[in-house]
Design a protein around this ligand. Structure first.
Ligand SMILES: [Zn+2]
Length: 106
C-alpha cells in the first residue's frame, strides 16, 4: 500500500544510537542530500534528540537562522551529532565561545 517509498527502508541500523531494526525518520527534513540521509538512515528518536540539541545550540549561541554561517554551523553539528562525521560538534560551554574554528577549507 505504500507506493513511492523507494530508498527508504522500513528498518535500519541507526548510526547514532547503534540500535538495529529501528524505523527511520521517513521524511527529509530539508531538501538536500543531508535531508535524504536523515530520512533513510537516522532513527526517529535520534532525530528528536537532535531537534532538542539544536534548540540548545540556537539559544546558547543566539543563532540567526537567516544567517548562512549559522545554518552551516548547525549542519556541521548535525552531521557530527547524527553520523559522527566531519569536525566535532561544538560543545555547549561558554568558555569555548569565540573559539569555534571553521576547519575544512580545502
Ligand atoms: Zn538512533
Amino acid at each position: 500500500m505504500s507506493e513511492g517509498s523507494q530508498d527508504v527502508p522500513d528498518r535500519i541500523r541507526c548510526p547514532r544510537c547503534e540500535r538495529e531494526d529501528v524505523a527511520p525518520v521517513g521524511f527529509a527534513p530539508f531538501p538536500n542530500e543531508l535531508g535524504e540521509r536523515v530520512k533513510a538512515e537516522v532513527c526517529q528518536d535520534c532525530w528528536e534528540e537532535w531537534k532538542k540539541h539544536q534548540m540548545l545550540l540556537i539559544n546558547h549561541y543566539g543563532l540567526n537562522l537567516q544567517d548562512t554561517n549559522a545554518r552551516q554551523f548547525l549542519i556541521t553539528n548535525m552531521t557530527s551529532f547524527l553520523f559522527s562525521e566531519g569536525p566535532a560538534g561544538a560543545s555547549i560551554d561558554t568558555s569555548q565561545e569565540g573559539s569555534i574554528s571553521w576547519e575544512g577549507s580545502q
